[in-house]
Design a protein. Structure first.
Length: 415
């Protein structure tokens, strides 16, 4: 990577700020002088100037892909003050929505590779062809076929898990047990804009009583696959809220999950992908785990897992830094719980004082943190988090202790 100038673009939300020092070190080792970030959430702020008489801000969080598209449009218009620099490195949560441009050095695979691999219908077809374990599934190319197929599938499977072919974080997923459930789901999806005309749907058999895990890995530019670890996902109505790491012994077959994560990484490498990835699993005691999704992007847990890597995350991805020893992550000495602080649409939330920082938590200087990303009252128009909370537990502490922390910390007091 040849660079000039002193800036790089960081198209992540605030949850990933703790990864900035590692990316700066990566650039500095390649001759980039004192690199400083241009933060995407500063270029395109989630909150606008006061619009209400009470002086509150309005929160309109946009999808990462839309932030990427806005950046490219601004670049093409010449609206960005650093546009004149020769080469600007750019790192992003996902490559989807970006496009190659002269002067931009994209840290990640070609955006069209990410777009193709992010399609859930194609994912299941490729995983099936690779012989990887999946729940029973079928694909529908439109809503009417889904309606016609539903009665027979419900009789065979009892309940269905439905999602559009492109979505993230569980935002477009729904549990369907009856025709009425399907009508409500399709109405919600249409209102959200997540599935336009012609969008296909992936339908899988619902697996009750399963825990959800996520295996994390890296694919280098040269196609080397490295598995990081496995965490348990905290879900609210199928939407990602947070995670527990490491997983509790006996809750899932960690060795099997790590092995499957590596096999998925090999599938991605063969498709031309390089970058961070995460594989979501359903697991029940005594049963083989089932793959439910591949995330070809950075995951919400990446900041916390990468803090303990034995080498530079970005150097490994770029392919010119190899770890001296494996595994990349040392054996955890404690267990952590991290959650989003979730808002409700239409409500207003007062600011709260931060308690510690993510950096202090990652460095072991604090055993808990609570951070809000707004310092004025904020009214929610569209958004899925106000901040983050986390706590470190002893490995022998019970799940109930962690569940209590999660349930209490994810809630924000309404003004």
């Amino acid at each position: 990577m040849q660079t000039s100038g002193a800036l790089f673009v960081w198209l992540f939300d605030q949850r990933f700020d703790a990864l900035i020092p590692a990316f700066r070190r990566f650039l500095a080792r390649r001759g980039f002088p004192d690199p400083q970030p241009v933060l995407g959430y500063r270029l395109f702020p989630d909150t606008e100037d006061p619009v209400a008489k009470d002086g509150s801000l309005v929160l309109r969080q946009e999808l990462p892909e839309e932030i990427n598209r806005r950046f490219i449009r601004a670049w093409d218009r010449g609206d960005l003050p650093f546009r004149r620099l020769d080469i600007i490195p750019l790192a992003a949560f996902t490559m989807s929505g970006l496009e190659p441009r002269e002067g931009l050095c994209l840290f990640g695979p070609a955006p069209w590779v990410s777009d193709a691999l992010n399609n859930k219908v194609r994912q299941f077809q490729w995983l099936r062809d690779a012989g990887l374990p999946l729940p029973p599934f079928f694909c529908c190319r439109d809503r009417e076929i889904l309606r016609r197929e539903l009665p027979a599938r419900l009789r065979a499977w009892g309940a269905l898990f439905v999602q559009p072919e492109v979505s993230a974080g569980g935002s477009g997923a729904g549990l369907v047990r009856t025709i009425e459930d399907l009508d409500g789901y399709l109405t919600r999806i249409a209102a959200s804009g997540l599935a336009g005309a012609g969008s296909r749907f992936l339908v899988t058999r619902y697996v009750p009583g399963a825990l959800t895990f996520s295996g994390h890995g890296l694919v280098s530019r040269g196609g080397a696959v490295f598995v990081l670890g496995v965490d348990e996902l905290l879900l609210d109505n199928f939407q990602f809220d947070g995670f527990l790491y490491p997983i509790f012994p006996g809750d899932g077959d960690e060795e099997a999950l790590l092995n499957l994560t590596g096999r998925v990484g090999c599938v991605l490498a063969a498709k031309g992908y390089w970058g961070y990835f995460a594989v979501d699993f359903l697991s029940r005691p005594g049963r083989a785990p089932l793959i439910t999704e591949i995330n070809v992007r950075f995951a919400g847990e990446a900041t916390f897992l990468a803090a303990n890597l034995r080498c530079n995350l970005f150097g490994v991805l770029w392919g010119d830094e190899r770890p001296e020893s494996l595994p990349l992550l040392p054996e955890p000495e404690s267990r952590i719980a991290v959650t989003k602080i979730r808002p409700a649409i239409g409500e207003m939330y007062p600011p709260e004082e931060d308690r510690s920082t993510v950096a202090a938590f990652l460095a072991g200087q604090a055993d808990a943190f609570y951070i809000r990303y707004h310092n004025r009252p904020v009214r929610i128009e569209a958004g899925h988090f106000l901040g983050l909370a986390g706590r470190r537990f002893r490995l022998q502490d019970s799940r109930s202790d962690m569940d209590f922390f999660y349930l209490q910390s994810r809630k924000a007091a309404v003004a």
